[in-house]
Design a protein around this ligand. Sequence first.
Ligand code: SF4
Length: 394
Amino acid sequence: MRYLKPHYYDRFVCSADKCPDTCCAGWQIVIDEESLEKYAAVNGAFGSRLKNSIDWEEGVFCQYDRRCSFLNEQNLCDLIQELGPDSLCDTCRMYPRHVEEYDGLRELSLSLSCPTAAEMILGCQEKVIFEESFTDEEDDFEDFDFLMFSQLEDARDVIFHILQNRSTDLRIRMASVCALADKFQDCIDHQTSFEIDTILARYEEANAGNLLPNLIKNSDHTFVQILCGDDDLLPSVSARQKISSYHWHLESIALLEHLERLRPEWNIILANTRSLLYAKGEDAYLKICHDFQTACGYDSPLREQWECIGEQLMMFFVYTYFCGSVYDDMVSTKMGLALFSTLWIQEFCMYRWLDQGHSLSFSDITEIAWRFAREVEHSDNNLDMLETWMEENF
Ligand code: SF4
């Protein structure tokens, strides 16, 4: 078995009672069979508490006021305190560690939804490296498309090179990987997978020569236009009939408002973003964007830091989602999820900056990121709705 993990993966340590939130509230914690059996065999007073605090039919911990019934007032786990860390079920033991499974490969990552992990992911100044290791374990996957998977891995390597090319504006990098994924999708749809290597070589070469704008300047893809159409980055995109960033955000916040939600705080963020950013019309919105970019975004002295955080977000989402398209052929949609998530985390940061009287700290950015991940990424229903929306709209 081959394992892959980001270089910071092993440094994760849970902040426990110092955590600004907790992972034991707001969502259902599913208990594996083995742990259920272990809990059923515990005797005495704590055994009775276990019997009464688990929904045995659903196999989940009961919640009180949306908190796990074993989470005490100090935000520590009574199960660990009574029975030790080995008593945790798989979900609690693993979180925020996440595994994507492919034939012969396990890709490990930390979930952005954990505040401590989000701080590590977004605070990483250096380019993320994925470390490889091997074990003797074997897999018995059926019907795994090895050819497509190896092309996806090759494409993802090129995408990583582009995203980490810090001599190019991040918006151009994001637009380029969007265009690359789109070309990959065309090859699948038209059964011309034999062309993928040539396409990847073209993007690799353009990236090495800092010529990526040449590959995207005529693109009418929504994300390319949103990323590069509102300024002088790509004049030929601007000259075309542009998709307005304002209207795209209005349309997509309506989608976010329709998704399943975990926490009341998220309702407030959505409602305030709508009223502060969009209620006064497009010109007012563009002025806010301009002021924000000049204060702490692409046109500011903090540009390097802003781009570094955007790069780490894109690297995180591409690493997590992109190769999963081996199971559903939806390459373009997986890239769409990465772009959508990064753009919306940046948009919520702009809302936070405005709401706080033109101030935005690193901890504001990480908070927006982990809240977004909790609300959007951790619900299969939400991810399905997003993928369907993207399929229908792009
Ligand atoms: S969210 Fe992360 S840091 Fe907070 S308690 Fe859970 S694992 Fe620990």
